[in-house]
Design a protein around this ligand. Structure first.
Ligand code: TRP
Length: 332
């Protein structure tokens, strides 16, 4: 079997919450520990720039997300960890790909079509209102991220599957015209169940129902105490199914701990006690990474140094690869 290359990008928007941890960071860090693979994990800050034009917020979010991944144990000796914007070969490749990508292909992108659709429904005279060329060409930049490093496997959420299909189309069209330069990547659809938020809907920044990943222990407790429950009294049996409290607990517990908690529900545990148990479980798992996170955030130079060295290593691959592509298309 040829060596696998796993690669994924993290859009640097917002402050990491428990849902990001359970749904993306934890599985990615586990995957990065599997032997026999090369791993590329990068901060997609040029993608974040499409939606976020506040320089301070963009910078802060990037630092927080990098600190979170490092604090949670991404092994940067094994995996490549870098900022997309530190690899100038990526936007260069994106332009080269732009020149051989059909506009019609981009017209079909769900992310772009969704905004057009919303504009039409709002009765706007301009269907492209609020759509930058960055949003329109988003899949091309993402293809450059992937094709640059010959990724064989790309783990992403369901909403990104179409972008992977486009990356394959773009690679194939290029290969057909210029020769076999790009590896066709395979999508690995991430099946981690979505974490419930404070109100029982999926935990998401847009619902304002998140629990921050690296708040202080006290803030974490306060946040967990806000999880919505029903009004059943202590001593009355409670149904774990459909309980956000139980669901969140399950995402952190071992099978045995979860079975115990289920029994406690049947035995009529008081909601306050159940929340306390959830708090202790999560707090116990986050205590150490939280300290590392705080230390990193207090010393952002250390984060920058790790990322700069990741970029240097990644460029050992991207520089010669881009030279080959420039040659192939006739600009070198
Ligand atoms: N678009 C991806 C997301 O929003 C992030 C991303 C950027 C990415 N470039 C990538 C994911 C390359 C995988 C591979 O989730």
């Amino acid at each position: 079997m040829t060596r696998q290359t796993w690669l994924t990008g993290i859009t640097t928007s917002g402050t990491p919450h428990l849902g990001n941890y359970v749904g993306a960071i934890r599985p990615a860090i586990e995957a990065s520990r599997v032997e026999g693979r090369d791993g590329y994990y990068f901060l997609a800050d040029y993608h974040a720039l499409i939606k976020n034009q506040d320089p301070e917020r963009l910078r802060r979010s990037r630092t927080e997300i990098a600190a979170a991944w490092l604090a949670l144990g991404l092994d940067t000796d094994r995996a490549m960890f870098y900022r997309q914007s530190d690899i100038p070969e990526i936007p260069e490749l994106a332009w080269i790909l732009t020149c051989s990508t059909a506009k019609g292909l981009m017209n079909r992108a769900h992310a772009y079509k969704g905004v057009v659709q919303a504009n039409v429904e709002d009765g706007s005279a301009e269907p492209d209102r609020g759509i930058s060329m960055g949003l329109f060409s988003y899949p091309i930049l993402m293809s450059a991220d992937i094709l640059m490093f010959g990724a064989t496997h790309v783990p992403v959420g369901r909403d990104q599957v179409q972008h992977l299909e486009m990356a394959r189309d773009i690679a194939q069209r290029f290969n057909h015209h210029y020769g076999e330069h790009f590896v066709l990547p395979e999508v690995v659809v991430d099946e981690a169940p979505l974490l419930a938020g404070l109100d029982g809907r999926k935990m998401s920044k847009s619902y304002e129902n998140t629990i921050p990943l690296f708040a202080t222990s006290k803030q974490l407790r306060k946040s967990i105490m806000k999880i919505i429950t029903n009004s059943l009294e202590p001593g009355v049996p409670k149904d774990p199914e459909g309980s956000a409290l139980f669901e969140i607990h399950r995402s952190f517990a071992s099978e045995a701990q979860s079975a115990d908690f289920r029994q406690a529900f049947r035995d009529g545990i008081a909601w306050g006690d159940a929340k306390q148990r959830l708090f202790e479980l999560v707090d116990g798992q986050l205590a150490e990474p939280r300290e590392r996170y705080a230390a990193l955030m207090a010393n952002p130079g250390e984060i920058d140094a790790v990322l700069a060295s990741g970029a240097e290593r990644a460029r050992e691959a991207s520089r010669p690869f881009l030279a080959r592509i420039r040659e192939a298309v006739g600009v070198a």
